[in-house]
Design a protein around this ligand. Structure first.
Ligand code: ZN
Ligand code: ZN
Length: 66
């Protein structure tokens, strides 16, 4: 069995979704945001709106090329 974290994974529109916690960037208004990337390892991560990097989405993996 795989190691699991305390983060609850739920499903939205048939895709697994998890919740990140964003520090809020310069606004310092921390909030959570949902993400459906299957490649996230860190749950405490800024959202793209607050300076975080774009999530790698399924089917758009940069390492696949083309
Ligand atoms: Zn994520
Ligand atoms: Zn944010």
């Amino acid at each position: 069995m795989a190691e699991t974290t305390a983060v609850r994974i739920f499903v939205l529109d048939g895709r697994p979704v998890h919740v990140h916690s964003c520090s809020g960037g310069s606004s310092r208004q921390s909030h959570t945001w949902e993400c459906d990337s299957p490649y996230c390892e860190v749950m405490k991560d800024d959202c793209p709106d607050h300076g975080g990097s774009e999530r790698v989405r399924l089917g758009k993996e940069p390492w696949r090329g083309r």
